[in-house]
Design a protein around this ligand. Structure first.
Ligand SMILES: [Zn+2]
Length: 159
């Protein structure tokens, strides 16, 4: 089985937005994006509570009408290594095509005020484990240092 994200050299991987893999379900293509927020094994990973809040806010935003991509979103979730998120979409998409939606979703987190959505015991498996302040900090850092100054090497895996 080809798992592209394990084949890539994490020692050379930069922060960015990458196509992790494409899968084929019947006649449909499904694209998995590697939304890499931290340089692997180089800087501290995202705090557990902050990546949990990122997951809630990014999922709520991307599934909303406001995002403009709601009908294509299959899944939004954190990487176990806590250096990024996976976003899975319907269709064959490139990293450049998804980029504007990723930018607006992280701007949504950066600017978010109020209660973290779905952070109740009914809706979440660990509802007290959130940190909106750190999630907003990580969103601002990723936007200003990566997404707003994106380069080719932040959109294509190192070969
Ligand atoms: Zn949760």
């Amino acid at each position: 089985m080809n798992v592209a994200s394990f084949d890539i050299d994490h020692d050379r991987l930069l922060r960015g937005v990458y196509v992790s893999r494409k899968d084929y379900v019947g006649s449909e293509t499904v694209t998995t994006f590697d939304v890499r927020i931290k340089k692997p094994n180089t800087e501290p990973p995202i705090e557990i509570s902050a990546i949990h809040t990122l997951e809630h806010l990014l999922a709520v935003y991307l599934r909303s009408n406001e995002s403009g991509i709601a009908e294509k979103i299959i899944y939004v979730g954190p990487m176990g290594c806590r250096t990024g998120m996976y976003i899975i979409v319907k269709g064959d998409m490139t990293s450049a095509e998804i980029l504007p939606y990723i930018v607006s979703s992280f701007e949504f987190v950066r600017d978010f005020e109020g209660e973290v959505p779905a952070a109740t015991s009914k809706e979440c498996g660990n509802y007290k484990d959130h940190n909106l302040t750190f999630a907003k900090y990580e969103a601002e850092k990723y936007l200003s240092e990566v997404l707003h100054v994106i380069r080719e090497e932040n959109l294509v895996y190192p070969q």
